[in-house]
Design a protein around this ligand. Sequence first.
Ligand code: ADP
Length: 488
Amino acid sequence: MGENILVLDAGTTSTRAMLFAPDGRLLGVAQKELTQHYPRPGWVEHDAAEIWSRTLACARSVCAEATDGGVAAIGITNQRETVVAWDKATGEPLARAIVWQDRRTADVCAKLKEAGHEDEVQRRTGLLLDPYFSATKMRWLLDHEGPVRAAAQRGALAFGTVESWLVFKLTGGEHLSDASNASRTLLLALDGAQFDLGLCELFGVPVRSLPRVVDTHGDLARCDPQWLEAPIPICGLVGDQQSATIGQGCLSFGETKATYGTGAFVLTNKGGDIPRSDHRLLGTVLAQSGGVRTYALEGSVFVAGSLIQWLRDSLGLISSAAETEALARSIPDSGDVTIVPALSGLGAPHWRPEARGVIAGLSFSSGRAEMARAALEAMAHQTHDLAEAFAADGAPWTGLRIDGGMSANDWMAQDLADVLGMAVERPDFVETTALGAALCAATGAGIHASLEAAAVAMRGSARSFEPAMDEGTRRARLGRWRAALAAA
Ligand code: ADP
């Protein structure tokens, strides 16, 4: 058929198709925005039919442009935890998809916590009782959407995360989900091959509405030729953060990636060990092949690039995010100004939703440059706390690979290396999420023998930032951060 890899990257704000050559060269990209529906405060919905039609349009456009090579395999990566409900018989959505950001099931989660279920749920799934994950969203749809309930009674209900929905449409009726996405639902035990009956009962989700759990890479399904003119095999399925981890080549124990976008997502490869956390980090499936899993430990901080946006849009201190770099370089230090970016509470490893932001150490000499520098320094401080939590949970970082919009800031990358005391690597090709799905699909299709071999063949060069800060300065920085944190 062909030799190239078609990646469908169905994100939160947009969906894209990208075509990769077997050596990792990017041959084409098509992208379309997705409509965000906010019917009430705290609610976020997508139109699943739109996700499908726009993803298909992108796929067709990128395939039409690339005349050379043809497509050997499809890889899909996607926004995780978002729930789609559809009718197995008609293939039509039964309600709007509930997006991962949606908080409507907060009270259900609180009740389950009060009833003492969190320890057991965390031990079995690696997750916490939070509306972020899929299970309580599924139950909400059954309780509040008539067509979903009616389909369940007819035995026609299909639930799935976004990759599952796209596979159903592409194949004309295969209902499956990969283990990395399934591990974000609260319905998969980390050591269970398929969705767990006890967990389904706890959350009130009928197991027969759920997909079959499959590998993240292998010969997983075949595309109906009506869509892309050939029965192209689907050989990679992987949630976006796991995909970025694979795309960063974090394939051995301890290898870690951090994505600095609006928030920051950090994943460390845990090898075959099922992750257990005493610091409220999440255990998740990184990849699965032949039923054998690799796991990851995951931590997220809520505020990263959004702090820079806040300096720009609410305070008007800067006119562009990139300006922070020159401002930070223009002074020798922040003059003791320290920002704790708890603008929407503190995420891992502190988990203090009630915490609020702090700007400490202000004096008459504090100006725009000090504020910009303190904002960037906060990224290294937050990452340092995560590094300590990961180490305490048995997953010490052997290095850090960074990506996301904020990672373009060289000053921040160097500061991360300095404060963490370890080399920080930034790939020249920053689309690591799409690249991860390409590595999965290329491996699944047998173009490369393993993810490791695919990473060697398809990943490009990277720039390394080496730690250079003296120990006294580093300690002083962390002391100032801890003092400010205590005030948050
Ligand atoms: P997301 O995927 O979450 O939408 P991106 O990965 O596109 O986010 O990153 C965008 C964020 O990165 C914005 O919040 C922006 O403020 C920040 N950002 C972008 N460029 C820079 C820069 N050079 N320095 C600091 N922050 C930056």
